[in-house]
Write a protein that binds this ligand. Structure first.
Ligand code: GAL
Length: 437
């Protein structure tokens, strides 16, 4: 079998985007429940009260994934479903639900993977400052301890925090995601605490030696608009923000303040031993990349001195997300990551393309075909890539974009909640069947 044939294929979903059942069987409110109440923040004025109703239809979705030949089912745990107030009492109904999901995966022969945090913080904790409150390091580690106690007997692969830069950037800097906070101070404090929490969460899970524990990193290729010193320097700053800030402290390299001077302010939040505590030796890294950004230097954007040059301005076609579709980012980041540590296993833990409602699904197939070419090319260069998880199985609640972008390989009828395989799902099934031939 070639290295390519040995790759494992799976899919990723997230609680806040799929589960629905937002206020039943003991679940407490999350920051996304609260954020979507102010519906003007969501493009189509929707919310995730029902979402795809995964809470009641998990068997159908896991069956679908298995029937396509997928071997991994990555889902996230909703913290307020397990601990409704964020700390304190555990909701046994919530624990039962995830036990059922795990057991059903195992029953149909698909490996369950857990993400401990995919952005749905308990609102009760946000009321105390959320990630800007250093206490969250303890709140989070207690939560992870509970997850370990209940699920680590059957779940071997764990992802701690999904895309730190996106949830901190969207939620605590730009205010476009829950909890809708803005400003550099919020961002810097929250980022430091999130990374500390992730490091401590790692240590909690690794008390159980046989677990494989990693993180999932959002990566966006950054390029200068013009070949000028100004634009090149701007690109270095934004690259440090987007592609290094949430990685290098864990590798013992500290924060990238030389290339991103504003981040020096983070030292205000240090306590003794923090930099040492941030170091962790993840068992694997999850890479997630969707697009590329082009930036130019400008003096009037505070802190960063850079602005994005939108794809439209560059005459580049975009997906319904307004993103330049950029499968070339996949080999680029896999190779770049492999340079940090040549032996560490890498996974593509999310990878996909959004289509508009009536757009031809052939575009998604072509996107995945390019992804496959990229994966083959890095395997040939010796990169230790282990597998790929597609984003995503069923069309779902795409955060501030509501239900407009369709990332699923399975279509969701929003009214009836009926699932229908798209052309890309059928293509994938056929592809996976033939891969070993
Ligand atoms: C990722 C995120 C997912 C999904 C995807 C597509 O950043 O982890 O939840 O929304 O992007 O936008």
């Amino acid at each position: 079998m070639s290295k390519f044939q040995k790759l494992l294929w799976g899919c990723t979903i997230a609680a806040a985007q799929t589960e629905g059942a937002y206020n039943i069987e003991g679940k407490g409110p999350s920051i996304w429940d609260e954020f979507t109440r102010k519906s003007y923040k969501i493009k189509d004025r929707s919310n995730a009260k029902i979402a795809t109703d995964f809470y009641h239809r998990y068997k159908e979705d896991i069956d679908l994934a298995a029937s396509l030949g997928l071997k991994i089912f990555r889902f996230s745990i909703s913290w307020p479903r397990i601990i409704p107030h964020g700390t304190g009492d555990v909701n046994t109904k919530g624990v039962d639900f995830y036990n059922n999901v795990i057991d059903y995966c195992l029953k149909v022969g698909i490996q369950p993977w857990i993400t401990t945090y995919h952005w749905d913080l308990p609102q009760k904790l946000q009321d105390k400052g959320g990630w800007t409150n250093r206490e969250i390091v303890n709140w989070y580690t207690d939560y992870v301890e509970i997850l370990k106690e209940h699920f680590a007997d059957r779940v071997k692969y764990w992802i701690l925090i999904n895309e730190g830069v996106v949830c901190m950037g969207g939620g605590y800097f730009l205010g476009v995601h829950a909890p809708g906070k803005r400003g550099i101070r919020n961002f810097i404090a929250a980022t430091h605490h999130l990374l500390l929490a992730q490091a401590e969460g790692f240590r909690v899970l690794k008390q159980k030696k046989d677990l494989q524990v990693g993180t999932a990193i959002s990566c966006t290729k950054i390029e200068p608009y013009r070949d000028t010193i100004n634009d090149r320097k701007a690109a270095i700053r934004i690259d440090a923000l987007m592609n290094r800030l949430f990685i290098e402290p864990h590798l013992g390299m500290g924060y990238p303040h030389e290339d991103l001077p504003i981040i020096s302010r983070i030292s205000k939040y240090y306590q003794e031993g923090d930099l040492e505590r941030l170091k962790v030796d993840f068992d694997f890294w999850g890479i997630q990349t969707y697009t590329r950004e082009v930036v130019k230097g400008t003096w009037y954007i505070p802190y960063l001195g850079a602005m994005l040059v939108r794809p439209k301005k560059r005459n580049v076609k975009t997906s319904i997300m307004g993103w330049e579709t950029y499968p070339q980012g996949i080999p680029y980041f896999l190779e770049r990551f492999a340079k940090y540590d040549t032996k560490k296993p890498l996974w593509l833990t999310e990878c996909g393309m959004a289509l508009a409602k009536d757009e031809d699904d052939q575009n998604r197939i072509e996107y995945y075909q390019k992804v496959i070419i990229g994966m083959k090319s890095v395997l040939d260069k010796g990169v230790n890539l282990k597998g790929i998880l597609l984003w995503t199985l069923v069309d779902n609640f795409e955060w501030a974009e509501g239900y407009i972008p369709k990332f699923g390989i399975v279509e969701l009828d929003k009214k009836t909640l009926k699932r229908t395989m798209k052309k890309s799902a059928l293509w994938l099934k056929e592809y996976l069947l033939n891969i070993e031939l």
